[in-house]
Design a protein around this ligand. Structure first.
Ligand code: OFO
Length: 171
């Protein structure tokens, strides 16, 4: 049976992963209406990944004898100032999620829940990748500048397709 403190913290993470998915969906929709197809595809795919994270937490809580809670999620912003602002927001958000995963790990160690700690290590690794890929995109944006958004958008579309192909091969 899962420790109630851990169950509560994992349920808070369900909420955070759900908000991540909502936020990226909002960014995808905004980019689509701005004609930025590459950014939109990247964000839609990212929203799907966050939904998988959300499900992983839900299923783990239930599997360990707890009860996953599905709560109302705050509305993400509808529009954004620029692509640069969007990716800066994504980076900030992922750093927040990384800190949250680290807090979960620390709680598991304090509560001697080594099973959940072990299970969480997948997310620890995932966060390294998430932060690195966004940081890479921010660097590209800096190099290309605002006047080269068309190129950037195509570039990010190619990046996403390559990542999807690599994932499909690994599956
Ligand atoms: Fe779920 O990793 Fe991003 O937020």
């Amino acid at each position: 049976m899962i420790n109630p403190k851990i169950e509560k913290a994992l349920n808070e993470q369900v909420e955070k992963e759900t908000y991540s998915s909502h936020l990226y969906l909002a960014m995808a929709s905004w980019a689509e209406t701005e004609g930025l197809k590459g950014v939109a595809e990247w964000m839609y795919a990212q929203a799907d990944e966050e939904r998988i994270h959300q499900l992983k937490f839900i299923k783990y809580i239930n599997e360990r004898g707890g009860k996953a809670k599905i709560s109302a999620i705050k509305t993400p912003p509808v529009s954004f100032k620029s692509v640069k602002v969007v990716f800066a927001e994504v980076y900030k958000h992922e750093q927040y999620i990384t800190a949250s995963i680290n807090d979960l790990v620390a709680l598991c160690v304090a509560e001697k829940d080594y099973t959940t700690n072990n299970w969480l290590q997948w997310f620890v690794t995932e966060q390294i990748e998430e932060e690195a890929s966004v940081s890479d995109i921010i660097d590209r944006l800096k190099i290309m500048g605002d006047h080269n958004l068309y190129m950037f958008d195509r570039d990010i579309m190619v990046m996403r397709a390559a990542a999807a192909a690599a994932n499909a091969q690994g599956a």
